[in-house]
Design a binder for this molecule. Sequence first.
Ligand code: TXA
Ligand code: MG
Length: 339
Amino acid sequence: MLTRTLTITDPEMQTDALDEAAEVLRSGGLVAFPTETVYGLGANALDPDAVQKIYTAKGRPSNNPLIVHIPDIEAAKALTTDWTETAERLAQHFWAGSLTIIVRRSAVVPDIVTGGGDTVGLRVPAHPVALALLRRVGLPLAAPSANRSMHLSPTTAAHVQNGLDGRIAMILDGGAAPGGIESTVVDVSGSVPRLLRPGLISLAELEDMVGHIEFLPPAQTQALEIPRSPGMMARHYAPNTPLELVSSKNLPVRIHELVAQNQRHGVLSLSELQQFASNAVIVVPMPQNSVEYAARLYAVLHDLDVNNINRILVETPPDTAEWLAIRDRLQRAATPLQL
Ligand code: TXA
Ligand code: MG
């Protein structure tokens, strides 16, 4: 299949491109589009055959549920039987934005979207291209991150193309996704709201709106087997190159070890490590601010991945609330693949 890329700089003006994308979606095809978190791979959420193509293109197991994107709260309500007070408060405050809310699904949501489960994840994205597309197409769009399963999420159209060229009909190129990591996922379908995936909207911000939210670190959630959410699987969001998290203290020793073993490697640094840079050591100074760090993270990992190196070292970020989502993604990226 030929994958067409259309560049959209101004969604208000470029209605022709949006019409073409909407037409692909209405006829059951796949369109990758920018959101404010990462690029999504969209299909008509009400058409099981179209949604099946997402799983095929990504190589994703079909028991892994998809997030459904809608343009507003009204459209969200049409997809659930149980729009609770908690859901309403979160949606009012955080939509459009990088929060996915898991609620009980209504019968119009096909099994293939929910992995057969009785809940559905809903999100109103804030990106102007995503919103314009959703309004134009007039359908809810199931859209996971637009990467091959188990790989890094894409933050540019070029990343999408590297992973999915020839496997999808169209890519809308709206520039770099500004947030850089995936949305916060909160499940409000049970008796107590539960944070399933940390993101740029923090636990504290959510709790300010709706009171206590449960959050169990990944190891414990796996032991408990609470609602399956593959974003919670140990290895996820990973570059192809093996990645290690190393404390600031141990980093100089680790760099020396790798140099001694002739291993070319990249280092994502938070402290001053430029003195270690050489042919064998690519030092990438990362922002000290967690929001700016998130915006850069996947792009830096994508770049290092195509750089023919043996290993990526990441200086462990501080163990504080603002770094929770980034530490979560890095820990999953660092977990060795279980074969
Ligand atoms: O920022 C984002 O959320 C991006 C953009 C495109 O919106 N999407 C994204 O989708 O990251 P995906 O499929 O790569 O990750 C969605 C996560 C997965 O971990 C999935 O298992 C979980 O949300 N999820 C979706 N629906 C769920 C449900 N009904 N119950 C539990 N977990 C769910
Ligand atoms: Mg994903």
